[in-house]
Design a binder for this molecule. Structure first.
Ligand code: ADE
Ligand code: ZN
Length: 341
């Protein structure tokens, strides 16, 4: 019936236990409404919702900006180091339950420093939870600091300056927030400096923006990975270049659905990407806002696109191959996938 599986429920069970890495996760986007209320109360912050149900009902978006407006509002409850710890610890517990063995987490420092929260408060809380999860679950992690592209390059430069004392805990820099009108070329200098500091480079490109933004991410920022990249498919020469280069795309199916990047999950381009030889991975982006963690993303596309066992194995392998782990760690995880049945 399903290639490699006796039934859809067998495939679901297989996905649930399949060892995987998550490479595209905004930690602020994992803030569940229950924790939002708890932190609002703890910090004496007022939020414009009366109940958890009201918050969830507000999560109806017609594009990226609709979502971002509510995402920046939501993160306003985060104030103390303990808040950032609790947020990160909650995500890592969910990731562990989804058989995630390695995470590469984005954080948006400008969303916090602009509200008067110190950079050190944010990173100390997050890294304490990452260390705890490594000890408790064996999950390894990398941390990627994103620049908000709707702000200026000078603001990004100042944020990179603030990060300098913490570079021992920061593995890469990324680019997120409102894409259209804020091309990668706006940030060429700050990314050149980040690369010279030895940081890995990623950027959201081709989520809503055109293929030209993906070219800029490659040619001007020198990205090691492309976040989303969906609109690359409009340009066959770009697809060929990405495939030849073995460039990883961090694809986020439920995000694409909720932000109307695709109209229907049956139209999701993940299978087209795999068939084109692109190194696509499956990720949750902002799971609290988009209705599911990483396994829910795998399950949704597996059902809608009738993914085979071989395709699921490719996706899980890609998540480690495309990670910033060293070769020995990648080999260990790929062997665990091979041993998984
Ligand atoms: N910030 C959080 N999630 C994002 C996304 N999917 N695209 C751009 N910026 C984001
Ligand atoms: Zn994202």
């Amino acid at each position: 019936m399903h290639d490699g599986f006796a039934s859809a429920s067998d495939r679901a069970a297989y996905i649930n236990g399949l060892p995987k890495a998550e490479l595209h996760l905004h930690i602020e986007g994992s803030l569940e409404p229950e924790l939002m209320f708890e932190l609002a109360q703890r910090n004496g912050v007022t939020i414009p919702f009366a109940s958890v149900e009201e918050v969830r009902a507000a999560y109806a978006f017609s594009n990226l900006q609709d979502f971002l407006d509510i995402y920046y509002q939501g993160m306003g409850v985060l104030h103390t180091e303990q808040d950032f710890h609790d947020l990160t610890a909650a995500y890592l517990a969910r990731a562990h339950a989804d058989a995630v063995r390695h995470v590469e987490i984005f954080f948006d420092p400008q969303g916090h420093t602009a509200r008067g929260v110190a950079f050190g408060t944010v990173i100390t809380g997050i890294t304490r939870a990452l260390d705890d999860a490594h000890a408790r679950y064996g999950i390894t992690s990398k941390l990627i600091m994103c620049f908000l592209r709707h702000l200026s390059e000078a603001d990004a430069e100042a944020t990179l300056d603030e990060a300098l004392p913490y570079l021992g805990r920061i593995d890469g820099v990324g680019l997120d927030s409102s894409e259209v009108g804020h091309p990668p070329s706006k940030f060429t200098r700050v990314f050149t400096r980040a690369r010279a500091l030895g940081l890995k480079i990623v950027a959201h490109a081709g989520e809503e923006g055109p293929p030209a933004y993906v070219y800029e991410a490659l040619d001007l920022l020198g990205v090691d990975r492309v976040d989303h990249g969906n609109r690359s498919l409009e340009d066959p020469a770009l697809v060929a270049r990405l495939a030849t280069a073995g460039m990883t795309l961090t694809v986020c199916p439920l995000s694409n659905l909720k932000l109307c990047v695709v109209g229907d999950v049956a139209d999701h381009p993940l299978k087209i990407m795999l068939d084109a030889g692109l190194r696509a991975t499956v990720n949750s982006d902002d799971p609290s806002y988009f209705g599911g963690y990483v396994n829910a993303n795998y399950l949704t596309v597996a059902d809608a696109l009738d993914l085979s066992k071989a395709e699921l194995i490719t996706l899980a392998r890609n998540s480690f191959t495309g990670s910033f782990l060293d070769d020995a760690a990648k080999a260990k995880h790929l062997a665990a996938i091979a041993a998984y049945t």
